[in-house]
Design a protein around this ligand. Structure first.
Ligand SMILES: [Zn+2]
Ligand SMILES: [Zn+2]
Length: 535
């Protein structure tokens, strides 16, 4: 009993003072002094390689148990070696992230003022979808002298593709969008938009980067320039693209159809950023798997029989039918859809009639439909057509025209898990854990999804854009604190949003094309080299 107690004390003491190795030492001590002990000569320095078979000089049951204990000890040692190797690898990765983060910070310290100037310029001069001529030219100018080979006017519009080859290695695509929205800015910022256009009725409307594409472009410029300056630290090919017409869901598809992946190096990975107006500036948020919804646009022409407003009985009033249909359509969401399956159906425009006492012949509705599953998408689109026809039948009206144009469809954004996990890991190391947070999926859409649908591992990261006090107010229930994307008051905080976007994307790309891991000792001597290369 005393012997057993002393073994136990030795074990506990060893665990306490020696940590991970104590288990092995404890087992060894126990075996070598125990009445169950077998031969001790090969126990003191166990071979971490293949598990040796212990000699078997005795055949008693006690000896069998002793051998089993020894083998367990050796296994434990092997596991210990693996853990040590993993910790070393993690430390090396951390030093790598630290090195890249330092290089990014130094680039930003030297060039942030230029980036802010670029952002203000782009914000002040927005252009609508497929009209991004000046914007595209501006981006080309920003990449001059970096070594990127630029192709302009690609993809049926103003798209540009900038390629930087730097030896053998993976090909990484980084995407920005260039287009803005027909919104008159109401932010009151000194660098507010000065651009105007005419709407379909000929009215003058403002144009605004209300979706943050000016932020994305500025981060894209900064990342391209930073990586061009760090080319001693990575190997591979960068494909930086600026796509037109994201707001109408066409630009990415047009570029792919015109040969983005056949006329230029086909990427192994695609990365993009999008502003997240609900998150604090300085943070990156991400969503594993499904990140954004399927988008469909539907146009319905509700047909009736026009006439005098004072003799409705001699007409079939499409205004009344439209009102009925708009309400009926919401039952597709509330009554026909599984409540756990996200679905949004919004009637965004209603156009009909020109005078109070004239019942028109028809009314046109435009809808946006957001789903997350292909099956729900099919069901709701069929349901819209069924209800539109049903309302017409109920009023003895002509059959409506329902148009579901496949060109108006944008698929859901699905982040590829391996790429996302790898990217999130480097961002946590480079930006700090508290600056990288998971967020739930959203029902907005993005045609960046097209790249993933081409079978390329893709990840879209969200970039926080708001002051912390405003986010806190919004979380406390003040709805006015945080204007959403597409709001005329959407005003991202420039710093640290731009810095975080450039740093995050630079880290994400280096994580895919970076050269051999940098050993901490090498790192010290190469710091000055990196500094001189970053411009
Ligand atoms: Zn948008
Ligand atoms: Zn957008």
């Amino acid at each position: 009993m005393l012997s057993a107690l002393s073994h136990t004390c030795a074990w506990l003491a060893a665990r306490r003072f020696l940590g991970g190795k104590a288990l092995i030492i404890g087992i060894v001590a126990f075996v070598t002094t125990s009445p169950f002990a077998g031969p001790a000569e090969n126990l003191t320095s166990p071979d971490p390689g293949p598990i040796p078979v212990a000699p078997k000089p005795a055949t008693s049951e006690f000896d069998e148990r002793a051998v089993a204990v020894v083998q367990a000890a050796v296994r434990t040692e092997a596991v210990h070696e693996i853990v040590v190797a993993q910790v070393a690898e993690r430390n090396e990765a951390a030093s790598q992230a630290d090195f890249w983060a330092t290089a990014s910070n130094e680039y930003l310290a030297a060039h942030y003022a230029e980036l802010e100037k670029s952002y203000k310029h782009l914000h002040r001069h927005p252009e609508l979808s497929y009209c991004e001529t000046q914007t595209s030219a501006y981006l080309v100018k920003q990449l001059e002298g970096t070594g990127f080979k630029i192709t302009r006017n690609f993809g049926g519009g103003n798209a540009l593709v900038a390629v930087l080859r730097n030896g053998d290695g993976p090909t990484v695509l980084v995407r920005t969008e260039m287009d803005a929205l027909p919104i008159t800015e109401q932010t009151g910022l000194p660098y507010s938009s000065e651009a105007e256009s005419r709407d379909r009725e000929g009215n003058i409307v403002g144009i605004m980067h209300a979706c943050g594409h000016d932020i994305h472009m500025t981060c894209w410029i900064g990342t391209a320039r930073a990586l061009a300056g760090m080319r001693d630290h990575w190997k591979g090919t960068l494909v930086f693209i600026a796509q037109p017409a994201e707001e109408i869901g066409c630009g990415a598809d047009a570029m792919i159809r015109e040969g983005l992946f056949t006329k230029f190096p086909k990427p192994d990975y695609c990365l993009a950023l999008h502003c997240d107006p609900q998150s604090v500036a300085g943070t990156i948020t991400y969503t594993p798997g499904l990140a954004m919804a399927n988008i469909d646009m539907v146009s319905i022409v509700v047909r009736g029989k026009g006439g005098h407003g004072a003799w409705p009985h001699m007409t079939v009033d499409p205004v009344v039918l439209s009102a009925r249909l708009i309400l009926d359509l919401q039952t597709l969401v509330s009554r026909e859809n599984n409540p756990t399956d996200p679905l949004v159906l919004t009637v965004g425009t209603v156009h009909g009639g020109v005078k109070a006492n004239v019942i028109p012949n028809e009314v046109t509705l435009q809808l946006t439909v957001r789903t997350t599953r292909d099956a729900s998408r099919r069901r709701v689109l069929e349901g819209i057509e069924r209800m539109a026809k049903g309302v017409a039948v109920s009023a003895n009206a002509p059959e409506p025209f329902v148009k579901i144009n496949p060109n108006w469809h944008t698929p859901a954004v699905i982040n590829e898990p391996k790429l996302l996990n790898k990217t999130v890991a480097i961002l946590r190391q480079g930006l700090g854990d508290s600056h990288v947070c998971q967020r739930p999926p959203m029902m907005g859409g993005e045609d960046f999804a097209r790249f993933g649908r081409e079978g390329i591992a893709s990840t879209l990261l969200f970039l926080g854009t708001q002051a912390a006090d405003k986010v806190a107010l919004a979380e406390a229930g003040d709805d006015s604190a945080l204007p959403s994307l597409h709001s005329d008051k959407f005003a991202p905080v420039m710093e640290p949003t731009l810095k975080t976007g450039v740093k995050a994307m630079t880290l994400a790309v280096l994580n895919l094309v970076g050269k051999d891991p940098i050993h901490p000792t090498i790192r010290k001597s190469s710091d000055s080299t990196a500094r001189s290369k970053v411009r």
